[in-house]
Design a protein around this ligand. Structure first.
Ligand code: ZN
Length: 337
């Protein structure tokens, strides 16, 4: 066995494997990048070579253009790929479409970089698979005992109830463009809502892509009523990225009901600050119990915590007899929480 630190360690550019000469989710352009998923804080353009799942490569091409990297290679789930003598395997992370954990193995030492992940059922992507390893590298976005995410079906029920209660108001849902928006649409459909759903222009390509990958989102229409005929969207469900809610786009709707779908909506103060009337606690990250369950299941010798609320999780590991340390990685701002 070789020391885990020699196989992978944090650098200012991201996690680096000196033996394989590659980075995982680098924050600056590098020669060889392994990418866990398409969120912009993990998948950046400008690398010479990118290894990622086919769906993540497709998503990068949609977001950055076909020339997002000089060259790329698709990794199938479970397939072993030799990178300069290091064995690399991708496994589902359950975060967004195409998201993967990356297993890195050399001479019997095995490290799993989980990227962003969640454990709850999500019909829009493959479910997280626990992979036994020596070192498990985890995020801790919601790494405090106060974070418990309720079942998403119940959150969607709140939305459907509001639609019945306020049939005149357009229900404006803020949801991140990759993953959250499609998951919310899919959940609304599962809740039995079959009316057209109106989407902001910036969601169109990714929604089309999800559809092309077999994820049924029902009838989607562009929410682009430039004129004042927005009366047609009275009582409609409208979905846009959170950023769009501060600009002119949001002002075209009459008496809109502001909604935000995010794990952060557990924190009332955050909802209030954003002027959210109906907070929906729907997260694509693990809550505290999911983080602990995952570590118990994976049974690593050691846990490294990349970003988020590292201290509490590190402390919990130590109290449970598992060596742990924070990596203090910077540059991962949770595009999709
Ligand atoms: Zn993410």
């Amino acid at each position: 066995m070789i020391k885990p630190d020699l196989l992978l360690h944090p650098t200012p550019g991201g996690l680096y494997c000196p033996i394989g000469d590659f980075y995982v989710d680098p924050v600056r352009p590098v020669g060889r990048a392994l990418i866990t998923h398409g969120h912009s804080d993990h998948a950046r353009s400008g690398h010479a070579h990118v290894l990622a799942t086919r769906q993540t490569l497709d998503i990068m091409a949609i977001r950055y253009g076909e020339d997002f990297a000089a060259s790329s290679q698709a990794a199938g789930f479970g397939e072993t790929i030799n990178v300069n003598g290091v064995s690399v395997r991708f496994h589902p992370a359950g975060h967004v479409l195409g998201s993967a954990q990356i297993e890195i193995e050399k001479d019997g030492t095995r490290i799993v970089v989980s990227g962003d992940y969640k454990r709850g059922v999500d019909p829009t992507c493959a479910s997280f698979e626990p992979v036994p390893c020596d070192v498990f590298i985890t995020e801790a976005t919601f790494g405090l005992p106060v974070f418990h995410h309720p079942p998403p079906a119940g959150e969607i029920e709140k939305l459907l109830t509001s639609l019945r209660q306020f049939p005149e108001r357009s229900h404006l849902i803020g949801a991140y463009a990759l993953g959250k928006a499609q998951r919310v649409i899919s959940l609304i459909r599962r809740g039995g809502y079959d009316q057209p759903i109106y989407i902001h222009g910036s969601l169109a390509k990714l929604c089309d892509y999800y559809e092309s990958e077999g994820i049924d989102l029902g009838e989607l229409r562009p929410a682009t009523t430039e004129d004042k005929k927005s009366g047609s969207l009275k009582g409609a469900v409208v979905i846009g990225p959170p950023s769009a809610f501060n600009d002119r786009w949001a002002r075209r709707f009459e008496d809109p009901l502001p909604i935000f779908a995010s794990g952060w909506m557990m924190v009332r103060q955050r909802a209030k600050q954003r002027g959210v009337e109906l907070p929906l606690v729907i997260s694509d990250h693990c809550d505290w119990p999911e983080l602990l369950d995952t570590i118990r299941e994976v049974k690593p010798q050691e846990v490294w915590v990349t970003h988020g609320r590292e201290e509490a999780l590190v402390r919990w590991c130590e109290l449970s007899g598992i060596a742990a340390r924070p990596l203090h990685l910077v540059g991962y701002e949770d595009e999709g929480d």
